[in-house]
Design a protein. Sequence first.
Length: 428
Amino acid sequence: MFDWKGRLRRVQSLILSVVFLVSSVTLATAAGRPADAFARSLSSTERSSFEAWYRAQIFHGAAMDAYWANVAKKRRIRRAKRRKRREFTDRDYVANLPPVYDGPGISKTLVRQWRKFRDADRPTTRPKKRKGLPGLDVYMASARRHFNFAPERIPEIEFKRRYAREALSLGLTKEQVVRVYALETGGRGTADMQAGINPITRKGRPISSALGYAQLLAANSINVLSKHGPGLVKRLTVMVQRERDPKRRRQLGTKLDVLRGMVQTARSVPYKWSRHQAFARTSRGRALHVMNMDGVIGPWMQVVKLADLKRMAARKGRAKLSGAEIELMNLAGPATGLEMMRRTGIDKPTTNFFSRRAYYRNTVVRGKNSRGLLAALEKRMQAGMKNKGAKEFIEVFDSLLGRRRSAAPQPRAVKAFGFAPRAFQPQQ
């Protein structure tokens, strides 16, 4: 039997050996290059240390590039197999974590001197100040501008109650919902919490557009309104028709007109994630995100995203999901998250499932395999469950579940999202 793994290791070793040989003579032959010029300015002891460190850095960089090139190659192989509906094997994944630098080091002072020397001839133009991400005030202003809309705000406990009722009606469990909330918001999030902003002190600055209990991105809001918009409109139409109070009926009627406009706007963009992401960066696209905070529509929008993940997993043969498994699908993407939970993916390094940039940017992902990432998510959920918001959410669920057990059977709910909820009537 041909030893493909052995051959691959030998080829990689040969490549790295060549890189090391080339890098070993670089300083001696590249007269006039910054590293060589800098080395000549040092004392003999510092020069020896710097040259050894610099060669090791080149060697490590080449090893890293080779590793990530192999990751990309394996990913292309899996994509081709997925298109042909073929099963993955262990050989379709990189089996090891990225190489760790274990070469010689130099002092921080020498590193600073080298960087200053290296950058001396670079343009001195002041870098452009990075523009901050939009906050809630920007999203709210967009909603007023394009739809003359401001979300209906309700007490936090009532938002949780409606959220929990909606979750149960769509087949989600208390454990799934509260644990996702505990991780996404640290167990203290509010209906209008934006990532990067402390929901209690209201201090901080946005680090993404993620909003609410489920921390939906602005692109998620466009996706939900595009996919489920007709069902949302249908449900709200029923509420308007059933409302007896004239004033409240007018309020809901106005909201219905806005919802119709937002759904039409969302569906004017091709149903493709990249297009939704691009539209979410426009003023009109940002306006749609505000509906997540609305006391009537917000719980519907946030919960149906989780329900979609659960339904997709069920279609793929995974009917039961823990909160951590739902969060894995949310973090890595639904299809990738399911792949990570399969037999061939559960023990593979997370580098197989995230881009190089995302891998190093996300601390919870680094240095783990899929099983380890699930454990890390579970640990964070456990910590968040101890906080006030999560405990309050648990009490809300327990209250609803207690009533559910003691109540008589209820008529089936309106089929609003393309599948019939099982337990509760639509939220009034």
